[in-house]
Design a protein around this ligand. Structure first.
Ligand SMILES: *Cc1c(COP(=O)(O)O)cnc(C)c1O
Length: 223
């Protein structure tokens, strides 16, 4: 077994819940590394830049892979990934969501999306506030969007050694999820995902009820 597969196996052995989805974050790693991980059966990969995602997709499109967009997405890049992307984790504005809807329609698809929330203390991280998001979900403009499917929420914790801060922020995201579920998605079984947890904090993510982890370094090594 190659080293990436070993790393993934070690991680999976520590996770008792088999329903937790692991997105292997391959940004800045070559296509050859992705193929190594594909060889042991892994199918879900994530990138944080649309153009890099697109380059890799073009090379690998004959493989049955799921590609997730996990990083900040500019509206003018949506058209490149709309034909194939499986899940966009990083919807952080209504205008972006409208553009995703438009491009999905052009491709005759419904694109799965997560709403990204700003849970960290750093001002550099993208995402909605809960108030802002609720305004959007209430609006008639939102209800018109037929080609996007809102599957849940995503967040990134503050970059800190202090794991109690991380835990608090993840708990905030879980509370946001619960609140949106009750108010807007009660009868919608597809609204069920919480994408939180990376190499440094995935264990806390799971303890705080993550359903999707986004793991780069732990699988592919340092970037
Ligand atoms: C890079 C990245 C990850 C993975 O980070 P690691 O610390 O390498 O596991 C997760 N989420 C997002 C949004 C990223 O950009």
């Amino acid at each position: 077994m190659n080293v990436y597969c070993e790393n993934l196996k070690k991680l999976k052995d520590k996770i008792s819940n088999e329903n937790i989805k692991i997105v292997a974050v391959s940004k800045s790693h070559p296509v050859a590394s992705i193929i190594e991980l594909y060889k042991c059966g892994h199918r879900v990969f994530g990138e944080n830049r649309a153009l890099e995602l697109n380059e890799k997709y073009e090379i690998l499109k004959d493989h049955d892979m799921e590609w997730h967009m996990i990083g900040h997405l500019q509206r003018n890049k949506v058209k490149y990934i709309a034909p194939y992307v499986s899940l966009i984790h990083s919807v952080d504005s209504f205008r972006l969501l409208q553009e995703i809807n438009k491009q999905a329609e052009k491709n005759d698809r419904i694109i799965d999306c997560l709403l990204q929330f700003h849970i960290a203390t750093e001002s550099t991280k993208f995402g909605f506030s809960i108030e802002e998001c609720k305004e959007i979900l209430k609006s008639d403009e939102f209800k018109k969007l037929q080609n996007v499917n809102i599957c849940g929420v995503m967040g990134m914790a503050t970059f800190t050694e202090d794991l109690e801060i991380v835990r608090k922020e993840f708990r905030t995201l879980k509370n946001i999820f619960n609140s949106l579920k009750v108010e807007f998605f009660e009868d919608n079984a597809r609204f069920k995902e919480i994408s939180m947890g990376m190499t440094s904090d995935w264990e806390i993510g799971i303890e705080e009820s993550a359903t999707i982890l986004r793991i780069g370094t732990l699988i592919f090594g340092e970037r």
